[in-house]
Design a protein around this ligand. Structure first.
Ligand code: 5CA
Ligand code: ZN
Length: 407
């Protein structure tokens, strides 16, 4: 699929610090320690509704990882999927009497526009489930060859017992897994399954569902194997960071890791599993199914500067759950005004130490709110006409743009 245009990244003096991140699988903050090339797979949208603030917060968080790695001297290979065929998308298309492909293409295009406006660096590989079907079929065939699959009325299932480390990503007990599996697209009660938690890999066509003629039959892929196949095909194992919102930890990331590590032919799927907190609105998690959504396109249409939206998102630590409130945007717009005034000043207090601090706090599990606070102090002094370093405003303007994506 076509990705979106990359914002320019002006170089900064020196090198950023090695990035440490909270890893869900070990419940510790640990060095990401990538080689020259760092790899990241971030789960993409299911394109049946435009980007809401929760999506944007998650993608901005992973964008910081990309930026901090690059600042630390790494090349970054970044892949993201688009779940452009799946039940919720098909249901929405049918409810609207619209072709599912047209709906997916339109919402994906809106998403590209929002990501561009928010200065999110584009993936090197932006891959739709539909275009990945050959790779997905190959992954399923590998699992079949390992004896890790079985059929129920022609549908192919993955046997979670084929993965000795199943459970290591979410660290949940079975009793916790079952309701989440049912809630998030699983079918624990289907007759004929070996284990209620086994996820579907390939479903034969039913009714008018879209289907593809493959060696596995006339059907379409399940969700988890989509991300397992795309990640391993484009990035190879192990991936340095596998990520998405915390709602994907179970079953999605547990299952895609289990499939990729099946039989432990290869381990780990990812060195670090990173999960962004859930953004809520009006008392519950912002979600397409609840309908309590604040869309980026609506904020933009109402005149919000995308840089201010991004600042509002960065002011929340990525790992925490939080609630969107319109005041957060108003506050970010004021802050952006103060920053721009200071960045345009002729001089300010010496700023090299501010850059050191920003790099330090970002490398420590993406402490973006602390980075904003560090810049705030310099901005306040500059706007109070303190300091006489003529290089300082340009240095911090570049730091804000390159490290934080705020220009
Ligand atoms: N296509 C799948 C992933 S393969 C999917 O979950 N799509 S999605 O459109 O529902 O979500 C896209 C991304 O936004 C996921 O990483 C998800 O975890 C994240 N996300 C969804 N809702 C929220 C929210 N309220 N707050 C933060 N992140 C969210
Ligand atoms: Zn995914």
């Amino acid at each position: 699929m076509q990705s979106w245009p990359a914002p320019g990244l002006a170089p900064l003096p020196g090198t950023g610090d090695p990035l440490c991140l909270y890893d869900s699988a070990t419940a510790t903050i640990k060095p990401t320690a990538p080689g020259d090339t760092a790899t990241m797979y971030v789960c993409g949208i299911t394109p049946y509704d435009a980007t809401h603030v929760g999506h944007a917060a998650t993608y901005v968080a992973f964008d910081l990882i990309n930026r901090v790695w690059r600042d630390g001297g790494h090349n970054v290979k970044f892949a993201q999927n688009v779940t452009d065929v799946d039940d919720p998308l098909l249901e929405r298309a049918w409810a609207r009497g619209e072709d599912w492909r047209a709906l997916a293409e339109r919402e994906t295009e809106l998403f590209r526009g929002d990501m561009t406006a928010l200065q999110v660096l584009p993936p090197d590989y932006y891959i739709g489930a539909v275009e990945a079907i050959p790779a997905i079929v190959e992954s399923i065939q590998e699992l079949q060859a390992q004896g890790a699959t079985y059929e129920v009325d022609g549908d192919i299932y993955y046997r979670i017992s084929a993965s000795p480390r199943f459970g290591e990503v979410s660290r949940l007990a079975r009793a916790q897994m079952l309701p989440l599996f049912a809630e998030r697209g699983g079918d624990p009660n289907r007759q004929g399954k070996s284990d209620p938690l086994d996820p579907v890999l390939w479903q034969q066509q039913s009714g008018d569902d879209p289907a593809w003629e493959t060696e596995l039959g006339h059907g379409r892929p399940g969700w988890h194997v989509e991300c397992a196949a795309i990640a391993t095909e484009y990035l190879g194992m192990p991936i340095d960071v596998q990520g998405g919102g915390s709602d994907l930890m179970f079953p999605h990331h547990e299952m895609s890791a289990a499939m990729s590590q099946s039989g432990l032919a290869q381990w780990p799927f990812a060195r670090t599993y990173v999960h962004a907190g859930m953004v809520g609105y009006a008392g519950s998690k912002m979600s397409k199914s609840l309908g309590n959504l604040v869309f980026i396109k609506d904020l933009r249409a109402a005149g919000a500067d995308p840089a201010a939206i991004r600042l509002a998102l960065l002011d929340q630590h990525y790992r925490l759950d939080w609630e969107w409130r319109p005041e957060l945007l108003a506050r970010a717009e004021e802050r952006l005004g103060r920053w721009r005034a200071a960045f345009a000043a002729d001089q300010g207090p010496e700023a090299a130490n501010v850059l050191v601090r920003v790099r330090q706090v970002l490398a420590d599990d993406l402490g973006a709110p602390k980075a904003l606070a560090a810049i705030d102090r310099w901005v306040q002094d500059t706007n109070n006409s303190l300091g006489s370093d003529p290089e300082a405003p340009a240095l911090l303007r570049t730091a804000a743009a390159t490290l934080l994506g705020v220009s």
